[in-house]
Design a protein around this ligand. Sequence first.
Ligand code: SF4
Ligand code: SF4
Length: 418
Amino acid sequence: MSALTNYSDEIFKCIRCGACRAVCPTFGEELSEIAVARGRMALIEAVTGGELALTDAFEKAVFNCAMCGACKAGCPSGVDVPAVIEAARAELVEKKRSEGLIRFLARKSLKDKKSLDHAFSLMALGRAAYGPLAATPLAKYLPYQYEDFRRNFPKIPRKPLSKRIPPVSRIRSAKGTVLFYAGCVINYVYPEIGVAAVKILNHAGYDVVFVKEELCCGKPLLSLGETEAFRSVAEKNVSLLSDVEADFIVSACPTCSLTLKEEYLKILAGGPAADAAASLGAKVRDINQFLLHETDFITRLDAAEMVITYHDPCHLAHGMGVKKEPRELLDAATLGGLVEMQEASRCCGFGGSFSFLNYELSGRIANRKVKNIIKTGAPAVVTACPGCMMHLKDALGQSGSDVAAFHTLQIYEKAIKK
Ligand code: SF4
Ligand code: SF4
């Protein structure tokens, strides 16, 4: 049990208290011990002890986790549940070699920029066919179409962010330089968020550099247990991004921020790129965190009244502990219009590859979020993650609600336009 034995101490830290049951989104829907951190830790311990084989049921329990990190954030013993689950997934990949379409596509498409560009061009074509078909009786033959939850994929625009902004966006008397790391969802699906990021960072007094050759952060590979493919992506991104002279590296996708900040360091530890990964990680900030703590952006807003509610992305709130920053900025940008929803920091069900592997479960988790959003009466929900935004748009649309979903940057952009 190579990958997992390194985590034996972490697994033994679990005192089986069950506190994670209150916060685990998969347990909230499944109400089953194998769908919560405690049960997953028990199963993994049984595998490491040789009492349980790498069965299909074990694989399902391990891959049914949304990797939201809520259990880790609230665990009295400090068990790093997502890290243990990632190690179990890597073990399954290494020993069992289960191959699925998503795993195959992730390995092939995320390895370099050219493959990534091709993959999103193909996805754009696929989406163009999927959308109309999903509205016909043929929908039952399509993936991601369940009785209660039928996925709507966003349209993929023809021009990604890399073709919309220059490599450097300068302003007069800049206080410094920021490298903006877009990540795949912003680059290919919501480039308008990247365009807003550049405007906002310029408005906050910084020159902005964008590396058009940036690769996916690689987190989908890590979550799928594809450790070696993730290592390769981490090495390439560290080399590319370290070449840029910048005071900060800023991202508007919390999954990317967390991966660049912590996961590269872990996977490259002890190797030739370890120091570069550490220097890179030290410069990484979520954009909300950066704007509030490193700039006077909040004093430069031309705010307008607007009522909104805010959803905490898991990797931002649980992973990076960033909760108050987007709230302060949003409240200022909407003249006190932020209304809190219940369970704001409970997962929306996206979870990156989780929503592709377990869409039906992910949809049920999203429904709970939608109910909490609607209860606030706010006409818009705002979040700091493009993936959560995509999932919320999908879930809200399916519920028949007309509540709009935005990224925080789209609200800040409105407040600097006038
Ligand atoms: S909260 Fe932590 S220690 Fe308690 S059961 Fe869950 S993982 Fe184990
Ligand atoms: S990471 Fe999230 S989904 Fe997975 S066990 Fe922990 S709380 Fe549950």
